[in-house]
Design a protein around this ligand. Structure first.
Ligand code: SF4
Ligand code: SF4
Length: 230
């Protein structure tokens, strides 16, 4: 059996934290086998409340104080199913106990949230988990920009640029801008994109995408966006 195979959320425990013995007898009781798996004790003396302060300050209409660490957000998370290290419950836990170093180490994972809001719908305590993960990602972007994948920055720039210039987001345009930001515009000529483009031309979505208008009171909204960026 693989080391620590019985541990729940095994991906969060490094090999050197696990102790297993072929034969283990404690107080006269043989606990060899599955029950002999133990974790080394962990003592955390250093706590850093930067992330806690920032996250609580920037959340709108939700709080992480209500989180009971039930893990339902993780169980229903779209990205978590594909990327075991992506664990919203764990990210909130690290914020709540002041372990910002762990968050920083995982900066390259946190940003992968796709904003589907499955976690928010699963939460029994009314935490808007998707918003929490977004705010944690923003904090990491400011705090450890070098640890974020270049795709994160490209994604952020293309979102910001689209919002500032058009006021609305259209996925095909956003995707094109994202690839251009990464210097991968050649991929737009690949077979997958061609297939999607032809489909969109046929069903009329391409025209709708190009004709998309600006929001009402655009000049005022644009001013607010510029001030926020400022
Ligand atoms: S589902 Fe809600 S209460 Fe449960 S761990 Fe996630 S955020 Fe916390
Ligand atoms: S919004 Fe992000 S954290 Fe929530 S379920 Fe979707 S991918 Fe997971």
């Amino acid at each position: 059996m693989a080391k620590g195979a019985g541990i729940v959320e095994r991906s969060l425990v490094s090999d050197d934290q696990i102790m297993e013995f072929d034969n283990l007898v404690m107080d006269g009781i043989d606990i060899s086998g599955r029950w002999n798996t133990m974790l080394k004790s962990r003592v955390h003396g250093e706590r850093d409340w930067q992330a806690w302060d920032e996250v609580r300050q920037n959340l709108v209409g939700t709080s992480i104080d209500n989180c009971i660490q039930c893990g339902l957000c993780t169980a229903g998370c779209t990205v978590g199913h594909e990327v075991p290290e992506f664990n919203p419950r764990q990210f909130i836990y690290w914020v709540k106990i002041g372990r910002t170093e762990e968050l920083k180490k995982n900066a390259d994972v946190v940003w992968r949230c796709v904003g589907c809001y499955n976690c928010t719908h699963h939460c029994p305590k009314g935490v808007n988990t998707a918003e929490v993960i977004e705010v944690i990602g923003q904090w990491l972007r400011k705090t450890v920009p070098n640890r974020m994948d270049p795709a994160y920055h490209a994604n952020h720039r293309s979102y910001r640029h689209r919002l500032q210039t058009g006021g609305r987001l259209s996925l095909p345009v956003l995707q094109a801008e994202f690839l251009r930001e990464l210097g991968r515009q050649r991929e737009l000529m690949g077979p997958e994109f061609k297939k999607v483009a032809i489909k969109m031309l046929r069903d009329g979505r391409a025209i709708k995408t190009l004709m998309i208008g600006r929001p009402r009171h655009w000049s005022k909204n644009r001013k607010v966006l510029s001030e926020m960026e400022g």
